[in-house]
Design a protein around this ligand. Sequence first.
Ligand SMILES: [Zn+2]
Length: 193
Amino acid sequence: MTSLLEEFQKVGKRLREEGLVDANFGNMSVREEDGFSITRTGSFLDSPGKLVFVPFDGEAPKQASNEHQAHREIYRITPHRAVVHAHPPHAVALSLHHERIIPADCEGEMFCPEIQVVTGAPGSIGMAQNVAKALVEHRVVIVRGHGTFAAGKTLEEAYIMTSLAEHSCQVLILSGKECHDTINSCQPGNQRE
Ligand SMILES: [Zn+2]
Protein backbone atom coordinates (compact mmCIF):
# COMPACT_ATOMS: atom_id res chain seq x y z
CA MET A 1 0.00 0.00 0.00
CA THR A 2 1.22 3.49 -0.84
CA SER A 3 2.05 5.63 2.20
CA LEU A 4 0.68 9.15 2.52
CA LEU A 5 4.11 10.66 1.84
CA GLU A 6 4.56 8.49 -1.26
CA GLU A 7 1.19 9.70 -2.50
CA PHE A 8 2.31 13.33 -2.02
CA GLN A 9 5.59 12.61 -3.83
CA LYS A 10 3.87 10.87 -6.76
CA VAL A 11 1.40 13.72 -7.30
CA GLY A 12 4.09 16.38 -6.71
CA LYS A 13 6.27 14.77 -9.37
CA ARG A 14 3.42 14.83 -11.88
CA LEU A 15 2.66 18.47 -11.12
CA ARG A 16 6.33 19.38 -11.69
CA GLU A 17 6.71 17.28 -14.84
CA GLU A 18 3.63 18.83 -16.44
CA GLY A 19 4.76 22.36 -15.57
CA LEU A 20 1.73 22.89 -13.34
CA VAL A 21 3.90 24.27 -10.54
CA ASP A 22 7.02 26.41 -10.79
CA ALA A 23 10.13 25.89 -8.61
CA ASN A 24 9.09 25.46 -4.96
CA PHE A 25 5.60 26.95 -5.30
CA GLY A 26 2.25 25.19 -4.95
CA ASN A 27 1.06 23.08 -2.06
CA MET A 28 -1.05 20.01 -1.30
CA SER A 29 -2.98 18.63 1.64
CA VAL A 30 -5.06 15.67 2.77
CA ARG A 31 -7.87 15.71 5.32
CA GLU A 32 -7.28 13.92 8.63
CA GLU A 33 -9.35 13.69 11.78
CA ASP A 34 -9.60 17.20 13.38
CA GLY A 35 -7.28 18.74 10.81
CA PHE A 36 -5.19 18.10 7.71
CA SER A 37 -1.64 17.27 6.66
CA ILE A 38 -0.11 19.86 4.34
CA THR A 39 3.22 20.44 2.61
CA ARG A 40 5.74 22.70 4.33
CA THR A 41 6.20 26.30 3.25
CA GLY A 42 8.80 26.57 0.49
CA SER A 43 8.98 22.82 -0.10
CA PHE A 44 9.49 21.31 -3.56
CA LEU A 45 6.36 19.31 -4.27
CA ASP A 46 8.19 16.37 -5.86
CA SER A 47 10.27 15.90 -2.70
CA PRO A 48 8.08 17.48 -0.02
CA GLY A 49 9.94 16.12 3.01
CA LYS A 50 8.03 16.06 6.27
CA LEU A 51 4.33 17.00 6.15
CA VAL A 52 2.85 19.43 8.70
CA PHE A 53 -0.37 18.75 10.61
CA VAL A 54 -2.71 21.78 10.84
CA PRO A 55 -5.70 21.54 13.22
CA PHE A 56 -9.10 22.82 12.06
CA ASP A 57 -9.14 25.19 15.04
CA GLY A 58 -6.34 27.21 16.54
CA GLU A 59 -2.87 28.22 15.38
CA ALA A 60 -1.18 26.51 12.45
CA PRO A 61 2.49 25.53 12.91
CA LYS A 62 4.73 28.12 11.23
CA GLN A 63 6.27 25.46 8.96
CA ALA A 64 2.88 24.94 7.28
CA SER A 65 2.37 26.23 3.74
CA ASN A 66 1.43 29.93 3.51
CA GLU A 67 -1.82 28.91 1.88
CA HIS A 68 -2.98 26.71 4.78
CA GLN A 69 -5.94 29.04 5.40
CA ALA A 70 -7.42 28.23 1.99
CA HIS A 71 -7.00 24.49 2.64
CA ARG A 72 -8.61 24.88 6.07
CA GLU A 73 -11.61 26.79 4.69
CA ILE A 74 -12.11 24.17 1.96
CA TYR A 75 -12.18 21.35 4.55
CA ARG A 76 -14.47 23.40 6.80
CA ILE A 77 -17.24 24.03 4.29
CA THR A 78 -16.94 21.21 1.72
CA PRO A 79 -16.72 17.41 1.98
CA HIS A 80 -13.50 17.27 -0.10
CA ARG A 81 -10.71 15.08 1.29
CA ALA A 82 -7.67 16.35 -0.64
CA VAL A 83 -6.57 19.71 -2.09
CA VAL A 84 -3.93 20.64 -4.69
CA HIS A 85 -2.87 24.26 -5.24
CA ALA A 86 -0.82 24.85 -8.41
CA HIS A 87 0.28 27.68 -10.74
CA PRO A 88 -0.65 26.40 -14.23
CA PRO A 89 0.40 29.11 -16.70
CA HIS A 90 -2.49 28.94 -19.20
CA ALA A 91 -5.11 28.92 -16.43
CA VAL A 92 -3.43 31.89 -14.77
CA ALA A 93 -3.21 33.74 -18.10
CA LEU A 94 -6.92 33.28 -18.88
CA SER A 95 -7.93 34.25 -15.35
CA LEU A 96 -6.52 37.76 -15.87
CA HIS A 97 -9.38 38.77 -18.15
CA HIS A 98 -12.29 36.50 -17.26
CA GLU A 99 -14.67 35.91 -14.40
CA ARG A 100 -15.43 32.36 -15.43
CA ILE A 101 -14.01 30.03 -18.03
CA ILE A 102 -16.12 27.71 -20.16
CA PRO A 103 -13.98 24.86 -21.56
CA ALA A 104 -14.52 23.95 -25.21
CA ASP A 105 -12.60 20.64 -25.31
CA CYS A 106 -14.53 17.43 -24.67
CA GLU A 107 -12.88 16.43 -21.35
CA GLY A 108 -13.29 19.95 -20.03
CA GLU A 109 -16.96 20.05 -21.04
CA MET A 110 -17.46 16.75 -19.26
CA PHE A 111 -15.47 17.21 -16.04
CA CYS A 112 -15.27 20.96 -15.43
CA PRO A 113 -17.91 22.62 -17.65
CA GLU A 114 -17.52 25.92 -15.83
CA ILE A 115 -14.42 27.13 -13.99
CA GLN A 116 -14.93 30.13 -11.72
CA VAL A 117 -12.30 32.81 -11.30
CA VAL A 118 -12.08 34.36 -7.83
CA THR A 119 -9.91 37.09 -6.34
CA GLY A 120 -7.95 37.68 -3.15
CA ALA A 121 -4.42 38.30 -1.95
CA PRO A 122 -2.24 35.17 -1.57
CA GLY A 123 -2.48 33.71 1.92
CA SER A 124 -5.37 36.01 2.95
CA ILE A 125 -8.55 34.88 4.66
CA GLY A 126 -10.56 36.68 1.95
CA MET A 127 -8.97 34.56 -0.76
CA ALA A 128 -9.41 31.44 1.37
CA GLN A 129 -13.14 32.09 1.73
CA ASN A 130 -13.64 32.85 -1.97
CA VAL A 131 -11.82 29.67 -2.97
CA ALA A 132 -13.71 27.48 -0.50
CA LYS A 133 -17.10 28.87 -1.55
CA ALA A 134 -16.36 28.12 -5.21
CA LEU A 135 -15.34 24.56 -4.33
CA VAL A 136 -18.68 23.80 -2.65
CA GLU A 137 -20.17 23.24 -6.11
CA HIS A 138 -17.07 22.77 -8.25
CA ARG A 139 -13.86 20.76 -8.11
CA VAL A 140 -11.48 23.38 -9.46
CA VAL A 141 -11.28 27.18 -9.21
CA ILE A 142 -8.72 29.76 -10.38
CA VAL A 143 -7.51 32.66 -8.25
CA ARG A 144 -6.99 35.59 -10.64
CA GLY A 145 -3.38 36.02 -11.67
CA HIS A 146 -2.22 33.40 -9.17
CA GLY A 147 -3.21 29.75 -9.60
CA THR A 148 -5.68 26.92 -9.22
CA PHE A 149 -7.16 25.18 -6.19
CA ALA A 150 -8.54 21.75 -7.02
CA ALA A 151 -10.16 19.27 -4.65
CA GLY A 152 -11.36 15.70 -4.61
CA LYS A 153 -11.48 12.44 -2.69
CA THR A 154 -7.74 11.90 -3.16
CA LEU A 155 -4.67 13.93 -4.14
CA GLU A 156 -4.67 12.12 -7.45
CA GLU A 157 -8.23 13.27 -8.16
CA ALA A 158 -7.32 16.87 -7.27
CA TYR A 159 -4.24 16.63 -9.51
CA ILE A 160 -6.36 15.34 -12.42
CA MET A 161 -8.74 18.30 -12.05
CA THR A 162 -5.74 20.67 -12.07
CA SER A 163 -4.39 19.07 -15.22
CA LEU A 164 -7.82 19.08 -16.93
CA ALA A 165 -8.37 22.77 -16.16
CA GLU A 166 -4.93 23.69 -17.49
CA HIS A 167 -5.51 21.64 -20.65
CA SER A 168 -8.89 23.31 -21.24
CA CYS A 169 -7.36 26.78 -20.80
CA GLN A 170 -4.50 25.93 -23.14
CA VAL A 171 -6.94 24.73 -25.83
CA LEU A 172 -8.99 27.92 -25.47
CA ILE A 173 -5.89 30.06 -25.87
CA LEU A 174 -4.63 28.06 -28.87
CA SER A 175 -8.02 28.29 -30.57
CA GLY A 176 -8.60 31.97 -29.80
CA LYS A 177 -12.06 30.87 -28.63
CA GLU A 178 -11.75 32.30 -25.12
CA CYS A 179 -12.69 35.69 -26.52
CA HIS A 180 -16.23 34.52 -27.27
CA ASP A 181 -17.12 32.29 -24.38
CA THR A 182 -16.88 34.43 -21.33
CA ILE A 183 -17.90 37.90 -20.29
CA ASN A 184 -17.21 39.77 -23.53
CA SER A 185 -14.00 40.86 -21.92
CA CYS A 186 -12.14 40.80 -25.22
CA GLN A 187 -14.43 43.36 -26.83
CA PRO A 188 -12.93 46.83 -27.03
CA GLY A 189 -14.15 49.12 -24.31
CA ASN A 190 -15.53 46.30 -22.25
CA GLN A 191 -12.53 45.35 -20.19
CA ARG A 192 -13.31 44.46 -16.61
CA GLU A 193 -10.04 45.65 -15.20
ZN1 LIG B 1 0.18 29.97 -5.01
